[in-house]
Design a protein around this ligand. Structure first.
Ligand code: ADP
Ligand code: ZN
Length: 812
């Protein structure tokens, strides 16, 4: 039996005939789901460290293969041990706390450790982009000894090298290439001196000149004086920062309540303690204003954004790992920034789905942040106006509202931040003492929350001729807003022109050839918005599939019955058209992923909006987040219903979050804000709660129904999606896997509820049929054990056909 199991644990029973240790357990970069043991050659014993990238021989042919050292131990029971080839990079690429975090992720998210490490370590660092190595030659003996060697030596070449070595200052070294060149000898001749014990040659990183301007140098903006609410929150956090140690703090503050200011001052406090900070933001391109506030406040902030070149990325990493960046700001993967002396991790808008990675390892950066905080004894500060129900429940928010208190977690729970299996960070079983809820119930400077009013679109359409996406009320307010010199934001969370292309005689909507989904019609970018009519014939544009990204021309008649097709449903392009028709003078911009080619476009549009060159911004959720423009007094939600009907148990939560977030853009200046919420479902409880902007009421309702049906946060969930181009094959191996899971689940009694295999809500994407198996249990322990068992048998090996999603955020 191999020494290293799936998780790199070690059996330390020595064997009489076993080779001599120490041994390095390594995780291969290619996604083999176990770690392997190698002996460490004598000459490398002092050099091999956990977290390094090394070369090991693999397979019959001993093919050199890249791997990471994940542990070093004195013994192995592996019978035919091979020896490690070389250390590829002298640096410890994965510092010990991150190695521990990676192992946890590998277990928890059911992903090979090598795959996890690939996420943890930027590829630019792994490939050493923009950074070379130098081999440094150093004399072993003092100058006197060298002198006598020089005098004794007859060999001309060796004498030349010795002569050059005499010129080196004591304690210094010289680059291998250089000394060879200056002595007029080949590199092997210099290397020969190592064997003779005259010099040592050690690799040394050729550090790039640090580009200080890459770190913001401006950061000396003073702190704002906190208001009473903020001060109260800060006074509670400050001692926790000062003491150090792990805690999870939810800062639940309404939009515009000054959460960011609290983050900034907590970070200030952390820096005063000689520690450092990581700040996670949902999507860096979408939060330029937030990011700027960090660079303005602190002198060395590393911003990890997607626009960095590989070289820049590597330099930032080097700056971070050497402790030169006080604050690291970035999206999801910044949670792995190798910050030494980590004091705080801030997760802004902690409820955002973009924190979840949708490929292996399918981690949620918020949960990884909590685990990292636990490992490194750091304070975790989660902020949101609309926290996820998981977080709200965790910090006991529901308890305040008369809900059942959070159940005590079992000690095998692997939920991030609870007592894990690893004894090194065992914490008392009452984990809740580490969880805190802090609130900012009011906007700063006495500003009022915007007033939200509902427009029932069913009523509206009854009395109005033609098709209108903007209600009379919204039109009226838009007009008065613009006339008053104020600005407005219009949200419609759907791209394109119309959501279906539909035949009204045979009732068929045009489907994507490759997906179980309808095609969405998009107009050509150049089309004149004023000339369009709602009949297909004169439209120029194409049908897009939002799942496989297929693009087809619009058929001129129904493919089934040959009758005329109509465009149905709405998208941002159609609102754009209506705006242009109804407000010919209006200066507005459409902001969605079709109209914005990249973050530069987006920032340029935001700048024009900030300068008031644009009066109205119309767009998808891209404009719902984090924007702080005091002149915006009106927000229109074109359709509050778009997400409500999605077959996902979080659709109500998403809807509430999105409406609240976008509503929060209004009234941030001195003039009060108004929100118009258009809906076809005026009585829906989520819509009603959104009108009152009542998170607590919404959460109470939603938690009651989640509890009744046993859904998160009252249960933990694992979703396994299988796919194949051949539907018969898919059914066959879905059933095989289900049988394996059922067998493993039997040991857990009735703890696990399993549903499926059954087709996913979208049962085919890009030509692949999709099946799912969903398992739930009241705690994560049983689920983890079942996954581990089935995984150890090799049934959950990472491959194209199977995706294990622990704590899924999307169920489509
Ligand atoms: P949130 O993150 O909760 O939406 P922000 O931190 O963005 O709120 O604060 C909203 C605005 O209020 C920002 O322009 C910020 O500079 C300002 N602000 C924050 N705290 C204060 C304060 N104590 N006094 C005055 N203005 C403040
Ligand atoms: Zn498709």
């Amino acid at each position: 039996m191999p020494t290293s199991t799936l998780f790199g644990e070690v059996h330390d029973t020595p064997r009489a005939d076993a080779p001599v240790g120490p041994f390095a357990a390594v995780a291969l970069e290619q996604s083999i789901d176990r770690s392997l043991d190698y002996s460490i050659p004598e000459k490398l014993i002092d050099r091999v460290q956990v977290g390094q990238r090394v070369w090991v021989p693999l397979g019959k042919k001993n093919r050199p293969t890249a791997a990471y050292v994940v542990a070093i131990h004195p013994t192995t029971t592996y019978p035919r041990i091979k020896s490690l080839i070389s250390v590829e990079d002298q640096r410890v690429l994965i510092p010990p706390p991150l190695m521990e975090l990676s192992r946890w992720m590998s277990r928890y998210y059911c992903s090979p450790l090598g795959t996890v490490l690939e996420s943890v370590l930027p590829s630019a660092v792994r490939k050493r982009v923009g950074m070379g190595y130098q081999q440094i030659v150093r004399p072993v003996h003092d100058r006197e000894h060298l002198q006598s060697l020089f005098e004794k030596t007859k060999a001309k070449k060796r004498r030349a090298i010795l002569g050059r070595l005499l010129l080196i200052e004591p304690g210094e070294g010289v680059e291998l290439v250089r000394i060879a060149g200056e002595a007029g000898v080949g590199i092997p001749t210099v290397r020969k001196l190592v064997r003779l014990g005259i010099v040592t040659i050690t690799p040394q990183i050729d550090l790039p000149k640090f580009n200080e301007s890459a770190l913001s140098a401006s950061g000396n903006e003073p702190d704002i004086a906190l208001n009473a609410d903020q001060q109260k929150v800060f006074d509670e956090l400050a001692p926790r920062v000062a003491e150090g140690g792990f805690s999870v703090n939810l800062l639940m503050g309404v939009t515009g309540s000054g959460k960011t200011e609290v983050y900034l001052q907590c970070i200030r406090k952390v820096i005063e303690q000689g520690k450092r900070a990581i700040v996670l933001v949902p999507e860096i391109a979408l939060t330029p204003q937030t990011v700027r506030r960090f660079t303005a406040r602190f002198p060395s902030v590393a911003i990890l954004h997607s626009g960095l070149t590989a070289t820049e990325r590597h330099r930032y990493w080097q700056q971070i790992v050497t402790g030169r960046a006080q604050v690291v700001v970035g999206a999801r993967s910044a949670v792995f920034a190798p910050v030494p002396d980590l004091g705080i991790i801030v997760v802004d808008e902690e409820h955002e789905a973009s924190y979840k990675q949708d490929q292996s390892p399918r981690y949620n950066a918020r949960d990884v942040a909590i685990k990292r905080g636990q490992i490194e004894k750091a304070l975790v500060l989660l902020g949101s106006a609309t926290p996820s129900l998981e977080t709200y429940y965790r910090v006991g928010g529901s308890k305040r509202e008369g809900e059942a208190p959070a159940e005590p977690k079992s000690s095998t729970d692997e939920k991030p931040g609870s007592a894990g299996a690893s004894p090194s960070h065992q914490i008392p079983s009452r984990v809740s003492i580490n969880n805190h809820l802090l609130t900012l119930p009011n906007r700063v400077r006495g500003l009022q929350m915007p007033h939200v009013e509902l427009v029932d679109m069913k009523q509206e359409n009854r009395f109005r001729r033609g098709v209108h996406l903007l209600s009379q009320r919204l039109e009226h307010l838009l007009r008065t807003t613009v006339e008053a010199g104020h600005q407005a934001i219009l949200l419609l969370n759907r791209r394109g022109y119309s959501s279906f292309v539909y035949c009204s005689s045979c009732m068929n909507a045009v489907q994507c050839k490759y997906c179980d989904a309808t095609m969405t019609y998009h107009r050509s970018p150049g089309a004149n918005v004023n000339s369009a009519k709602l009949s297909v014939g004169i439209h120029t544009g194409q049908m897009h599939c939002h799942y496989c990204l297929a693009v087809n021309p619009l058929p001129d008649k129904c493919p089934h019955c040959g009758k005329k097709l109509s465009l149905f449903g709405l998208g941002t392009q159609r609102v754009e058209e209506e705006l242009a028709k109804k407000f010919p003078e209006l200066k507005f911009a459409r902001v969605d992923s079709d109209s914005m080619r990249g973050s530069k476009d987006y920032e340029a549009t935001l700048n024009r909006f900030a300068n008031r060159e644009i009066q109205v911004m119309l767009g998808t959720q891209m404009i719902a987040k984090g924007l702080d423009y005091p002149n915006v007094t009106l927000v229109g939600v074109i359709s509050g219903d778009t997400a409500l009907a999605l077959p996902d148990f979080r659709s109500a939560e998403r809807t509430f979050q999105l409406i609240t977030q976008v509503a929060g853009r209004a009234g941030r200046g001195d003039a009060p804000g108004r929100v118009v919420l258009q809906t076809y479902m005026p009585d829906d409880p989520t819509i009603r709660a959104a009108i009152r902007q009542d998170f607590v009421g919404f959460a109470r309702n939603e938690l009651v129904s989640r509890k009744q049906v046993g859904l998160p946060p009252f249960a933990r969930m694992v979703r396994i999606v299988l796919r194949d181009e051949d539907s018969d094959k898919l059914i066959k191996y879905s059933e095989e896997l289900a049988a394996q899971l059922t067998e493993a689940a039997a040991a857990e009694g009735s703890a696990i509820r399993m549903r499926g295999p059954m087709p996913c809500a979208i049962s085919r994407i890009a030509g692949y049929f999709r099946n799912q198996i969903v398992m739930t249990a009241s705690s994560t322990g049983p689920l983890q054990r079942v996954l581990a068992k089935v995984r150890e048998k090799g049934h959950l090996a990472k491959n194209e056909r199977i995706a294990v999603d622990v704590d899924p955020v999307s169920l489509l």
